[in-house]
Design a protein around this ligand. Structure first.
Ligand SMILES: NC(=O)c1ccc[n+]([C@@H]2O[C@H](COP(=O)([O-])OP(=O)(O)OC[C@H]3O[C@@H](n4cnc5c(N)ncnc54)[C@H](OP(=O)(O)O)[C@@H]3O)[C@@H](O)[C@H]2O)c1
Length: 356
């Protein structure tokens, strides 16, 4: 396989599965974590590696090193592997997803931003999602009974129990304290603002088609998805919060061995569900509009990435992230009609957020 984002949270979990099932790695793609990449090269002997910056190439212990976005696209094109795991973070992941599909490869997709920004232009039949919630929905949908509603769950993120009047002063360090697990920086901030769940609803809409989608908070992150069937039954997908399960299915299609220990419900004792309220998560105000107009996810994604950069640089507050997204959403009510327009509109929205 070709593994994009090998040094990240999803990337290292993918390599744990590759190690366990003795899977071959043709290409490793990483950003700046060269020491970690060198360890991975030693263990998995890829044919080629790609990193973010030219100046780091000399530090990589490999004879075939490419760099930058062009390097990633070239590596995908040159590989005979039929599977690309895309665990890059952000809009940067879109071109590699498109390139992999263009080359006839299957994409195990953790990079949800690809679908949020350009779901309308992606051949979904080539995509296997790596996200617990969509894995949960897929698992439950296998019964093929008439569905009424599909519900995904949220942890509530770092600020789920904060007094509302303190949110304005939340710092980057506060936002990175996820209550239930450890992930990359951006998705942890997206969890705290509930933008992540907004993205996952859009992802579900592109993956499973039109329908009734919603999300609720389940504080222990043991249920990832629920389905209300037309007959009045509701089923729930329980699993420990560990990405190795969705990754295993996305890579191998079929899994017959134990990947995770089953949940002991007696030990769990009780579960708590909460409504997602816009007082705590202002982004929820545009959730219904977005689900009706999923192509406008492009604006939300670009505004979010630009606003997160400002937040990390200390140039805006945590709550300003959602404010800037909603402002951009109101300002740009046009939809991209082609992939070229996707890249143009993305650039325009980022510039608008940076100067507003
Ligand atoms: N973490 C989870 O549990 C989880 C669950 C579901 C979905 N996802 C999604 O999966 C994606 C990855 O999330 P993550 O948590 O794994 O993120 P992460 O830990 O931040 O990892 C991102 C990866 O992308 C690499 N990267 C960043 N910029 C790059 C560049 N310019 N060129 C090449 N490589 C670059 C990073 O390399 P360096 O670290 O070497 O710089 C790292 O390997 C996101 O879209 C996220 O929403 C994550």
């Amino acid at each position: 396989m070709i593994l994009l984002g090998s040094t990240g949270s999803i990337g290292t979990n993918t390599l744990a599965i590759a190690r366990r099932f003795n899977l071959n790695i043709d290409v490793l793609v990483a950003g700046k974590s060269i020491d970690k990449l060198n360890e991975q090269i030693k263990e998995f002997s890829p044919r080629m590696v790609v990193i973010a910056h030219k100046q780091d190439c000399v530090k990589v212990n490999h004879s075939q090193v490419l760099y930058g976005e062009e390097g990633i696209l070239e590596a995908i094109e040159s590989s005979e592997s039929s599977l690309v795991i895309n665990s890059l973070v952000g809009f940067l992941g879109l071109k590699p997803t498109l390139k992999a599909i263009e080359c006839g490869k299957k994409v195990a997709l953790a990079n949800k931003e690809s679908l949020v920004a350009a779901g309308a232009f992606i051949d979904i039949s080539k995509i296997q999602p790596i996200d617990s919630e969509h894995f949960g929905l897929w698992y439950l949908l296998n019964d093929k009974r008439p569905v009424k509603k599909m519900i995904i769950t949220a942890s509530g993120g770092a600020f789920r129990n904060w007094p509302l009047d303190k949110l304005q002063n939340a710092t980057l360090q506060d936002a990175l304290k996820h209550p239930n697990w450890s992930m990359g920086q951006k998705i942890t901030i997206d969890s705290a603002s509930m933008v992540n769940k907004t993205f996952e609803l859009l992802e579900a809409r592109w993956l499973f088609g039109e329908g009734d989608y919603d999300a609720i908070i389940e504080t222990k992150s043991l249920i990832h998805a629920l389905i209300d069937f037309k007959d009045g039954s509701t089923t729930a997908h329980f699993a420990h919060a560990d990405m190795k399960l969705p990754i295993s299915y996305a890579i191998m299609g079929k899994v017959e061995e134990e990947i995770l220990k089953p949940i002991n419900l007696v030990e769990v004792g009780s579960l708590e569900f909460r409504e997602i309220k816009k007082e705590r998560y202002p982004i929820w105000e545009i959730k219904d509009s977005l689900l009706k107009n999923p192509k406008r996810g492009l604006v939300v994604n670009a505004a979010n990435e630009a606003a997160i950069e400002l937040f990390i640089e200390g140039k805006c507050s945590f709550l300003d992230i959602s404010k800037k997204i909603i402002q951009a959403y109101g300002h740009f009510d046009n939809e991209a009609q082609s992939l070229d327009e996707v890249f143009e509109l993305d650039t325009e929205v980022r510039a608008y957020v940076k100067q507003s």
